[in-house]
Ligand binder design. Sequence first.
Ligand code: PBG
Length: 326
Amino acid sequence: MSFPSERLRRLRRTPILRALVCETTLEPSDLVLPLFVRPGKGVKRPIKSMPGHFQCSIDQALKAAASAAAVGVRAVILFGIPDKKDSRASGAYARDGIVQRAAGALKSRFPDLAVIADLCFCEYMDHGHCGVVKGGEILNDATLELTAKTAVSQAEAGCDMIAPSGMMDGQVAAIRKALDGSGLGMTAILAYAAKYASAFYGPFREAAESPPRFGDRASYQMDPSNLREALREVGLDIQEGADIVMVKPALAYLDVLRRVKDAFRVPCAAYSVSGEYSMIKAGADKGWIDERKVAMEALLCIKRAGADLIITYHAVDAARWLHEKK
Ligand code: PBG
């Protein structure tokens, strides 16, 4: 069959015909909301480069989680901003660390909420790198000891999932072993498996107060040129025990996401990062693009490319827009 008998426009003629053959749908339950938590009470500091997002104290984070749940977003990922940073990232694995306390408070108020803890040290290290530094180098295996401790303390605090984002070799294995050895065998791992050294993280570093003081992250995060290597990273993380694998950033890396999805049989996450959000916000603020339409199209296309779940700063707005559409 071919033109003129074959006409793809036949099924585009009316909204219901289009809906019947629609291949990809987005649901609020696909979305994960990032929350930045810091010590204090009643604190809600706007993040300039990410309008609509705040560094929140725990009481305010509880409110944010309640608003998210009200529109069907029932998963959050926590980033902590400690009062003090040091060269051992001690705030990351302190029993009363900010993420541990926030997770405890969230889980006791909202037992059904999925609480994911980002596990990284850049926010907790005085030098802003994601691992232990010695002589200007970021040490891999010394970092893994801290990774294991941090995972156990986050899981003990009630987190449902641990999400290591430091790109240290062997981090997933170190976490799985530590969790299983501590009777935390049911805590899942969402691995930032293919995390690229990306300039799209710019606004996040203001949000999390985590820019590196020297150098960059190219010795541990991936080179944006590489796709084959992403498949190796993902394969290793699955072997090491990852329950979900993530590609990050999302929009500029949809080819990676699709390849990962086709090559492996595990759930895939995509992280639509701070720069992706801020660009949409800035363009909309100038009146150059329609925020709602662009954001929803981007999320839909991330799903089409293979994401089962999406971490996005548009989570709550998107969920609200999805409800309005119905
Ligand atoms: C921590 C971390 C970063 C992001 C998530 N976890 C920053 C970085 O690697 O520099 C970026 C998230 C975003 O830009 O939204 N390592």
